[in-house]
Design a protein around this ligand. Structure first.
Ligand code: ATP
Ligand code: MG
Length: 220
């Protein structure tokens, strides 16, 4: 589902990722870990084409992402949901509208929007807050809405960057469980985190980034 072959990425002259190769299978839930600055966010950005590789090939579903024309990127993005800390919820729109916004740009009839948004809010267990504004939600609830927004277009791949970064251990667990449920329904999930607790004991594959390379791959 996601395949990197000898991928390198530079920012100016600085190498961030050097000759990276790995494959995430369809239906897998896997993790990327590594110290701050190791390149985890950059690796995810390459997958949804927010950055381009300088060398090598990246294939996501049937797209050769490094070579995508600008006009094709929106099609890729409909299939790749993203849960990133810097993609904030709009504080002056309700939970429902924050999630609906991801669909309205595609000219969908209102009835269909309502059905899809209601279904995804139920899926992430936040239906009871549909008419609430994000500043009135807890951190864990806000993260559920961010996940709903990423999932409403039914992407085949879900990427998450430090999805529990601002949450306490107990809330982190409920968000981790949610990713497991999403994965069990068929979505391929890739989570970047420096928090070992998220993947310890999961039995999932973990790619360890260090010194610009994948130092090792473990099953935790
Ligand atoms: N747009 C950019 N321009 C220049 N350098 C960048 C840019 N984005 C990231 N970098 C650099 O690339 C390296 C990797 O950054 P990246 O954000 O991918 O790391 P990370 O593993 O996600 O770190 P963290 O755990 O702190 O989020 C860092 O040295 C960073 O300073
Ligand atoms: Mg990062």
């Amino acid at each position: 589902m996601i395949q990197f072959t000898n991928v390198s990425k530079f920012y100016d002259e600085d190498v961030v990722l050097k000759d990276i190769s790995f494959t995430i299978e369809k239906g897998e839930l896997a993790y990327i870990t590594g110290p701050s600055g190791a390149g985890k966010t950059t690796l995810l950005k390459l997958i949804y084409c927010a950055e381009r590789p300088d060398q090598g090939q990246i294939v996501v579903a049937h797209w050769d992402v490094g070579k995508l024309k600008q006009g094709t990127i929106p099609y890729l993005r409909r299939n790749v949901g993203i849960v990133f800390q810097d993609f904030r919820l709009l504080s002056n729109k309700t939970v429902f509208d924050n999630v609906a916004l991801a669909l309205r740009i595609h000219d969908m009839p209102p009835k269909e929007i309502k059905e899809k948004v209601s279904a995804v809010l139920k899926e992430v267990k936040i239906s009871h807050k549909a008419n609430t504004f994000p500043p009135h939600l807890s951190g864990g609830e806000q993260q559920r809405v961010v996940i709903a927004r990423a999932m409403v277009s039914k992407p085949t791949v879900l990427l998450a960057d430090e999805p529990t970064g601002n949450l306490d251990a107990e809330t982190s667990k409920t968000i981790t469980d949610l990713f497991k449920e999403i994965n069990a329904r068929g979505t391929t999930v890739l989570i970047a985190t420096h928090n070992d607790a998220l993947f310890h004991g999961t039995g999932r594959r973990v790619f360890h980034l260090r010194d610009n390379c994948i130092e090792k791959e473990t099953i935790e």
